[in-house]
Design a protein around this ligand. Structure first.
Ligand SMILES: CCC[C@H](O)CC(=O)SCCNC(=O)CCNC(=O)[C@H](O)C(C)(C)COP(=O)([O-])OP(=O)([O-])OC[C@H]1O[C@@H](n2cnc3c(N)ncnc32)[C@H](O)[C@@H]1OP(=O)([O-])[O-]
Length: 667
């Protein structure tokens, strides 16, 4: 069988009734045939493609090919016999690992596991023909995988239990991996004819589930997000990026170090700049350590020869691109950009890693505003996959194309966004964080709120995440924006600022020197500064009680449902406003930002998809309800776009764009 490359079933077809002849009888017939069938695999054999290869009597694979059963990542399971044949071929532990993770494997690993018969550097099809001719005279019974007895470990139940626990820990609340484990159990305990029925029953429970819809949406959203477009007509497929061979990073703090590593490991020469000798030396040692560990993990040599460390901006005159990663201080950033304008050659691109400041204001102090763009990395930058490419009104299409393409080269999921305070991700974070702290005032605890969000599927609840990120950053921003400190009008009621509700508890926590993990104390307590094991802190409990009694707040029992609705609907509501304002081009872009930058669970699809899955009418009704209860919280007031979509019959996410009349797109 000349298979070459197959990515399996067409995932788009899963949205409707499946067409074509049923696959399982067809595959069973191939396996039962009397003529030897040899699969020749080049490119990929994934999902149904891999299952097709498993019914062939032999498998020949090109050395660059990749194989796998990624169905679990789409919220389903390999239902064309994959869960029944793979355990029979390679045993339960290895099959369980591949099926429950959906991991792609190399040809070499497939050979080692006993999945394929030969790996070749030549044409796999030609070799397969030779193989078939030699196999004609040989009996086929031992080559029919469904006829094999599954090699079964003596401690099957313990093994399945351990994998179940592992899966539940890693992917809380996700159904598909658990169904995969049950299907593999059937391969160990039932004959093929019964196991395949069990596989099909389990698939039926997953196929139309909300989780499967969300995960399949994520697959396409991730691919759509890279397809940026500007009102001028310039877009991803008609704008040529520049080639970047050399780059400079200014600032070797946590972000700067991560960015240096991300660039150097894809072969780009990097000049790293610091302002003081001591900071430069510390940064240098840390970058070298990070690169060496990264190279060791990947089995390659560390590209230390690409690095140069300097205290002088003069050394940057010939680089292709600069990424500024200094302190989040507009005046300082402006000074750096003015200096860069003088030092760098006229064609050098100037990028800022600001997490929310005005990219256009920075462009305005340079001699080349069209070559200025935001590249907002997420911490730690060498690990986190997300990159927000912030397009200023004067950024040229070539500049945007270059930043997007550089992101891709670094293995990032890059999303183009417009320029406004906080861009997409951090702008949406504000109402989400606000709701969490308002809920604290009203009677909840940090651990209750975090548990509700983690049970929903977030990698970390909002307070644990804040402790990890550092509480002092937001405190400084609030001081600079006049929400606390001498600029606040003393006549201002203590829980109101700028005409709206304000919760000062985060400021009170910071006033006690509790900045999160780095100080060993924050919303939680840790064993030591830098510790990661969060424990509830009675001091925070006391602080909350004193605060409530000072302001006469009667604490009430708050349900997990209210926590989820207030945090997530406020988050999505801001997403609708971002779409109205043209700061994000599509709901998919917002969802990808939350999936890859903020730990939103993939099986929820992202905040915008989640809102559509809950039902836009319901989201509107709940926001109206909460806004009525808290009229001094404007973020709870339903956005005009949400109301409009509901009035239009709540179209699916993919159709929202047709209803967004953007007067002034920022993209
Ligand atoms: C009865 C049960 C049977 C069975 O068990 C079920 C299955 O097989 S479930 C299936 C199990 N299989 C999987 O889960 C495999 C999923 N696919 C992949 O992992 C990667 O796409 C692949 C490695 C193949 C190529 O990576 P790459 O080179 O970086 O390229 P790329 O990723 O950018 O994709 C290029 C274009 O192809 C599109 N497209 C791709 N695959 C599919 C598909 N199956 N369907 C539809 N479309 C698909 C993709 O959207 C994109 O479109 P566009 O419009 O250009 O944006």
């Amino acid at each position: 069988m000349r298979m070459c490359s197959s990515a399996g079933a067409d995932i788009r077809e899963f949205a409707g009734p499946l067409r074509g002849p049923p696959l399982v009888p067809l595959l069973d017939a191939i396996e039962a045939g009397e003529k030897p069938v040899v699969a020749a695999i080049e490119g990929v054999a994934l999902g149904g493609g891999f299952e097709l290869a498993l019914v062939c009597h032999y498998r020949i694979v090109h050395f660059k090919a990749r194989l796998g059963l990624p169905e679990v990542t789409l919220g389903i399971l390999p239902a064309a016999g994959g869960t029944q044949r793979l355990p029979r071929l390679i045993g339960i532990p290895a099959a369980l690992e591949l099926i429950t993770t959906g991991r792609h494997i190399s040809a070499q690993e497939a050979l080692k596991l006993g999945i394929v018969d030969q790996v070749t550097e030549q044409n796999a099809c030609e070799l397969a023909v030779e193989f078939a001719l030699r196999a004609v005279a040989k009996p086929l019974s031992s080559r029919r995988v469904s006829m094999l007895t599954t090699p079964c470990p003596p401690d099957l139940d313990a093994l399945l239990e351990a994998v179940t626990m592992q899966v539940k820990r890693k992917a809380r609340g996700v159904m598909a991996p658990l169904a995969c484990i049950q299907a593999v159990r059937a391969a160990a305990t039932m004959p093929y004819s019964k196991g395949i029925k069990r596989e099909s029953e389990l698939m039926a429970t997953l196929f139309n589930s909300g989780q499967a819809r969300a995960l399949q949406y994520c697959f396409f959203a991730q691919r759509t997000a890279g397809k940026w477009t500007l009102p001028s007509g310039a877009q991803w497929n008609n704008s040529k990026p520049r080639e970047i061979r050399s780059a400079a990073i200014i600032g070797l703090g946590t972000m700067g170090r991560g960015i240096v590593v991300s660039l150097a490991r894809v072969g780009i020469s990097v000049i790293a700049v610091e302002s003081e000798k001591k900071l430069l030396e510390t940064g240098k040692q840390m970058v070298i350590g990070m690169l060496e560990r990264d190279a060791k993990r990947r089995g390659v040599s560390a590209s230390l020869n690409l690095l140069k460390f300097t205290l002088s901006l003069q050394d940057l005159k010939d680089v292709d691109l600069v990424i500024e990663a200094v302190f989040e201080d507009m005046a300082l950033k402006k000074r750096v950009f003015q200096e860069l304008s003088k030092v760098c050659r006229p064609a050098t691109l100037l990028c800022t890693n600001t997490s929310g400041l005005d990219v256009d204001a920075l462009a305005g102090v340079t001699d080349r505003p069209h070559l200025v763009v935001g590249m907002h990395f997420f911490s730690p930058a060498h690990v986190m996959k997300l990159l927000e490419v912030v397009c200023g009104p004067r950024s040229s299409s070539e500049t945007i194309a270059t930043a997007m393409s550089l992101g891709k080269r670094m293995g990032k999921v890059s999303v183009a966004v417009g320029n406004c305070p906080g861009f997409v991700g951090n702008r949406m974070l504000k109402p989400y964080l606000d709701q969490a702290t308002f809920l604290l005032e009203e009677g909840a605890t940090p651990e209750q709120i975090d548990k509700a969000l983690e049970d929903f599927g977030f990698a970390m609840g909002v307070f644990r995440m804040s402790d990890l990120a550092g509480l002092d950053v937001g405190w400084r921003v609030r001081k600079e924006s006049g929400l606390i400190g001498p600029d606040v009008d003393p006549k201002n009621p203590p829980r109101r600022r700028q005409g709206r509700r304000y919760c000062p508890i985060p400021d009170m926590v910071c006033e006690q020197g509790r900045f999160g993990q780095k100080t060993g104390r924050g919303w939680y307590m840790y064993d030591k500064p830098g510790g990661t094991n969060a424990k509830p802190d009675p001091l925070i409990q006391n602080l909350l009680e004193m605060y409530r009694s000072r302001y006469g707040i009667q604490p009430r029992n708050i349900s997990d449902q209210e926590i989820i609705e207030r945090c997530l609907f406020a988050l999505a509501n801001e997403g609708f406003r971002i779409l109205e304002d043209g700061i994000a081009a599509r709901p998919e872009d917002i969802d990808v930002i939350y999936l890859f930058g903020y730990g939103f669970p993939r099986h929820g699809g992202g905040p915008m998809f989640y809102a559509s899955m809950v039902g836009l009418e319901r989201v509107l009704e709940r926001l109206e309800h909460y806004h009525q209860a808290h009229p001094d919280v404007p973020h709870l007031e339903p956005s005009p776009l949400l109301k409009k979509l509901v009035a239009c019959g709540s179209p699916p996410v993919q159709k929202w764009r047709e209803h967004i009349k953007t007067m002034h797109s920022h993209l």
